[in-house]
Design a protein around this ligand. Structure first.
Ligand code: HEC
Length: 115
């Protein structure tokens, strides 16, 4: 298995393209969104200050995982969908639907795949 599908999503154009390897999102914006959304209250996330909780699994090395949430094949598309609507994959998961937009999920996924 070659791993993650590289999507040809069009980026917004204003950020550095060499840092958009997997989702077309902007990892710097993703990091800010992670802080804003409070993901660190449940997850340990490399490079995000204060994100050291273990309520959910640590998100380090997410790119190497085979599954997202133990249920969906690890691809950029599935990661973005998981971030927007975890219950769509896993109805009883404790991970909340935080109301992220598609663009926000793409940026967060870009960050997570780089850490
Ligand atoms: C209230 C706690 C909570 C919050 C807030 C939360 N999560 Fe989660 N998250 C979880 C739990 C619990 C799981 C494990 C879910 C499962 O396996 O069913 C999880 C799973 C995940 C996974 C899959 C991890 C894996 O190993 O497969 C990702 C990715 C993820 N969360 C990202 C995020 C991001 C990004 C945010 C912020 C936008 C966030 N989470 C906010 C609790 C939370």
């Amino acid at each position: 298995m070659t791993g993650l599908a590289v999507l040809t999503l069009s980026a917004c154009g204003q950020q550095t393209p060499q840092r958009e390897p997997l989702t077309g999102g902007d990892p710097a914006r993703g990091q800010a969104l992670i802080v804003h959304a409070g993901c660190g209250s449940c997850h340990t996330i490399e490079g995000v200050e204060g994100a050291n909780s273990l309520v959910g699994p640590p998100l380090t090395g997410l790119r190497q995982r085979t599954y997202i949430g133990g249920v969906a094949a690890n691809s950029a598309t599935n990661l973005e969908r998981w971030l927007m609507h975890p219950q769509a994959f896993s109805p009883r998961t404790a991970m909340p639907d935080l109301g992220l937009t598609e663009d926000q999920a793409r940026d967060i996924a870009a960050y997570l795949y780089l850490h």
